[in-house]
Write a protein that binds this ligand. Structure first.
Ligand SMILES: [Zn+2]
Length: 121
């Protein structure tokens, strides 16, 4: 069963998509044909708000490739989203664990990627 897929940054759009289980309400970031929590195939693609809380950060100071070298140093963050799933993304180098963040999109090594920064109050 498919509900059609939401455009997201993986397909070059400035959006984050996730799946929501219609049976148990669990959200998941990695697309599967079934819910990882209860096994139901009643799952729908949704667009995330882009809001969340920093769970972990990892400052990258050495580039894996020539293309990413120009971005150094950059921060890779794990974010617990408002929708309940956890995702890895780029983030501001000043982010700390527990910070409330919102997403924008940046070009990184030729791709559009989610980039989290501190929520403005
Ligand atoms: Zn489920």
């Amino acid at each position: 069963m498919t509900h059609g897929s939401c455009p997201d940054w993986i397909s070059g759009h400035e959006a984050i998509a996730y799946q929501l289980c219609g049976s148990c309400g669990q959200s998941q970031y990695f697309r599967r044909a079934f819910c990882a929590a209860c096994g139901s195939t009643d799952i729908a693609d949704k667009r995330a708000s882009g809001e969340g809380t920093v769970y972990a950060t990892s400052l990258v100071c050495r580039a894996a490739t020539e293309e990413t070298r120009v971005h150094l140093p950059y921060n890779i963050v794990l974010v617990d989203t408002a929708e309940g799933f956890r995702m890895m993304a780029h983030g501001d180098v000043k982010l700390a664990i527990g910070d409330r963040v919102t997403v924008r999109f940046e070009r990184f090594a030729g791709r559009v990627v989610p980039y989290f920064e501190k929520e403005a109050f």
